[in-house]
Design a protein around this ligand. Structure first.
Ligand SMILES: *Cc1c(COP(=O)(O)O)cnc(C)c1O
Length: 417
């Protein structure tokens, strides 16, 4: 394929792009459970206007763009406040949860090397911890020791303790973990990390902009944030239920000294002194500015309202699923993540992947996951107003699928195409 020599008019180019999108999931209709988190028209408006202002700005150099330095420190500060960080907390913005986790993993490795002389660094986590930890270990040449989860899907801390040793630089807990949406026992995980002076990272990519507001709504939330002694770092994605457009997450460290282990400085280059806070070089100011604008626009009250709506959506969805013979929900059913699976106690054995195909033909998109075979939903305000219709369609699809199985057993959280 070759790029044509002649350029084309704007309206032709945009018309083609619009056509290209025709086969994409229809998230704006609320029929996608995850990936796009829709905060409503006001949030779109403020994000789009901020995006237009910052589309071309480069966050590489905050001396040239001091506004982006200010935006970063505001967003990091507000997030630290929501997560009850002490005054010493220091953080950076990153491009997403994966990058925040990579920064946390690198910081743990570097601290282990500097303070404990560890050259063969190990991470201890549960099998529910996000794949981004394994990706980070792969990139940074570290070993992952994986413990099972308990029957309630939380990390088995006793099993993790068996895996912790002198080379452990990082022990991970999730708040909540992605597959079943349960919060790990963070105080026990932090205490375990402390036994060998390893870092404890709390992956709140999914919960960072949910759990603080769930707590404000008066629902019980297990301890998970900087109020837990021994938590070194936390990742929280604004581009999930923080309702900012994609490309922004926060990595927080309990102190500036801990944060220093994730940064890179280099002075032996003809290009001059080079310092970088995260994994990127040149990067857009757009996601940072849009996140700032969305957070300002919503305020705590706006987030509490969106969280109330999200929990209402998730509760209605869970109750409806449980009411259908042959289906059940895994986990404690408290938060916004739903893992729907076949009920082993039912007479009809439903193949949830076949069910997922039937739902997709009616426009409903779930990620497949497993083991065990489940359809995953990250419920948000995006799904407001459609849960009733979803449950009607779900019951129809269950009847339609019956005991049919699909040959396609793939689970696809992300793709390489
Ligand atoms: C989404 C998610 C991540 C990874 O974040 P990306 O923004 O997709 O890179 C990590 N951990 C958890 C628990 C998540 O839900």
């Amino acid at each position: 394929m070759e790029l044509a020599r002649a350029g084309r008019p704007v309206d032709h180019v945009i018309a083609d792009l619009t056509d290209l999108r025709a086969g994409d999931v229809k998230w704006s209709e609320g029929k996608t459970f995850g990936m796009v988190y829709d905060g409503g028209p006001g949030v779109h408006d403020v994000a789009e206007q901020a995006a237009r202002l910052y589309l071309h700005e480069n966050a590489l150099n905050t001396k040239a763009f001091p506004s982006l330095g200010r935006i970063q420190s505001d967003v990091v500060g507000w997030t630290a406040g929501l997560l009850h960080g002490p005054d010493t907390v220091a953080g950076f913005l990153t491009s997403g949860g994966t990058e925040s986790i990579q920064c946390a993993v690198l910081a743990a490795r570097e601290r282990g090397r500097a303070e404990r002389g560890i050259t063969e660094a190990e991470i201890v986590l549960a099998e529910s911890a996000h794949a981004a930890f394994h990706k980070s270990a792969h990139m940074y040449d570290m070993t992952v020791r994986t413990a099972p989860v308990l029957p309630d899907w939380t990390a088995d801390v006793d099993a993790m303790a068996e895996l912790v040793g002198p080379n452990t630089v990082l022990v991970v807990g999730s708040a909540p973990q992605y597959p079943q949406g349960v919060v790990d026992p963070i105080p026990e995980i932090a205490a375990l990390a402390a036994t060998v002076d390893a870092n404890c990272h709390v992956d709140a990519c999914m919960g960072g902009f949910v759990l603080p507001f769930v707590e404000m709504l008066g629902r019980e939330v297990p301890p998970w944030d900087f109020r837990v002694d021994g938590v070194h770092s936390i990742s929280a994605d604004i581009h999930k239920l923080g309702y900012a457009p994609k490309g922004v997450s926060v990595i927080l460290h309990r102190t500036r000294e801990l944060r220093k282990y994730q940064t890179f400085v280099f002075s032996d280059w003809l290009g001059g002194f080079y310092a970088s806070p995260n994994l990127q070089g040149t990067r857009s100011g757009l996601p940072m500015a849009a996140a700032w604008a969305v957070m300002q626009h919503l305020g705590v009250d706006g987030y509490v309202d969106l969280t109330r709506q999200t929990l209402d959506n998730a509760d209605a969805m869970r109750a409806g699923i449980e009411a259908i013979d042959g289906l059940r929900v895994l986990g404690d059913g408290r938060l916004h993540l739903i893992a729907m699976t076949a009920d082993p106690d039912s007479a009809v054995e439903i193949d949830v992947f076949a069910l997922g195909d039937a739902l997709l033909s009616r426009g409903w998109f779930h990620d497949r996951q497993g083991p065990p075979d489940t359809l995953h939903s990250t419920v948000s305000n995006s799904n407001t107003g459609v849960i009733g219709q979803y449950l009607v369609d779900l019951a129809l699809c269950v009847a339609e699928v019956g005991t049919t199985r699909t040959a396609d057993r793939s689970t696809n959280y992300a793709t390489l195409e």
